[in-house]
Design a protein around this ligand. Structure first.
Ligand code: NDP
Length: 295
């Protein structure tokens, strides 16, 4: 099966690395071409310097870019890949995208008889390396069944969420919960630090109690207590994700004051910490405003 993988970022790289062996015949492309060349040296497959070349003859095209905007530009923009993808191929977008743009991309592809599945992932870089990602999919049942053998190469839990855009919507809401867990957890630990309770003690209790989350069980012990912030998932991307969640709630007339507030807080933290900051570094903003170090 000829697979073109476009977008070798922090998560795209370990995902694509699962596709270098038969039955897959992999071609990778990345905007910064050096990354694609390094990928081939490290993992195998072949690289293309132009995206249109990467998709020529492909049975399956996978994209993993920052947002749906970049995917749409790559498909339909000047020199876009749309006319180079073979008729009847399958397009899997693993970007954490937005439903409206995914529907527009799917429509453009359908005109060429190309099926589209939005298939954003969760589980982080560690999950991508281990091949244990959760993948939430939008599209027809038939398209998902075509996508499944490829998704199984890097995913463990593959869930059909509904029609095109449903995967994006579920992902956006998951990310809203993640942002809320990080912010509320940071506030809780900052307050307890002022009361003299050590963060490790607070987390020992919380992780044996009903307030626990992946953030309290994994992210905070590793990064906040360890005071090490590996840059695995950009705050800029979490800001984008919770913005999508707030937008789709508003579009569907669901009042979401908590998600809206968390979106505002994430946007402010993004402005303060910049484009390269990791999502968990948000806690540094809480520490600064509270005037306390969580330790
Ligand atoms: P990165 O910022 O690490 O990588 C982004 C990728 O997109 C790079 O390959 C970059 O190319 C490429 N890119 C950026 N802008 C453009 C453009 N205009 N045209 C073409 N290519 C472009 O992001 P991640 O890999 O972390 O994230 C990718 C997607 O996966 C996002 O939607 C994110 O929300 C989602 N995700 C990420 C997770 C993580 O843990 N990192 C977890 C779950 C989902 P270049 O190298 O040239 O900059």
């Amino acid at each position: 099966m000829r697979v073109a993988f476009l977008g070798l970022g922090a998560i795209g790289t370990p995902m694509a690395a699962h596709l270098t062996q038969p039955p897959f015949d992999l071609t990778v492309w990345n905007r910064t071409t050096g990354k694609a060349e390094n990928f081939v040296k490290e993992h195998g497959g072949r690289s293309a310097t132009i995206a249109r070349q990467a998709v020529e003859g492909a049975d399956v095209v996978i994209t993993c870019l920052p947002s749906s905007r970049e995917v749409k530009a790559l498909v339909e923009g000047d020199g876009g890949i749309l006319s180079a993808i073979p008729d009847g191929a399958l397009f899997i977008d693993c970007t954490s995208g937005d439903p409206a743009t995914s529907k527009a991309i799917a429509k453009a592809l359908a005109a060429r008889n190309i099926d589209f599945v939005d298939a954003p992932v969760s589980g982080g870089v560690k999950g991508a390396i281990a091949g244990t990602l959760t993948i939430m999919c939008g599209g027809s049942v038939e398209a998902l069944e075509r996508a499944r053998p490829v998704l199984q190469a890097f995913g463990q839990k593959i869930v059909h969420c509904g029609s095109v855009g449903a995967g994006d919507a579920v992902k956006a809401m998951n990310q809203a919960l993640l942002a809320i867990h990080i912010w509320s957890g940071g506030e809780a630990l900052a307050t307890l630090a002022k009361l003299g309770v050590e963060a490790s003690v607070a987390l020992e209790v919380i992780n044996g109690s009903s307030g626990r989350s992946n953030t309290s069980e994994n992210l905070f012990p590793e990064r906040v207590i360890g005071r090490a912030y590996p840059r695995t998932f950009k705050l800029a991307l979490l800001d984008k994700d919770i913005g999508i969640a707030a937008d789709i709630s508003a579009e569907n007339d669901v009042p979401t004051p908590l998600i809206d507030l968390a979106a505002e807080l994430m946007a402010r933290a993004h402005t303060e910490l910049g484009e390269e900051a990791d999502h968990v570094e948000t806690v540094l903003v809480i520490e600064r405003t509270a005037g306390v170090i969580i330790s």
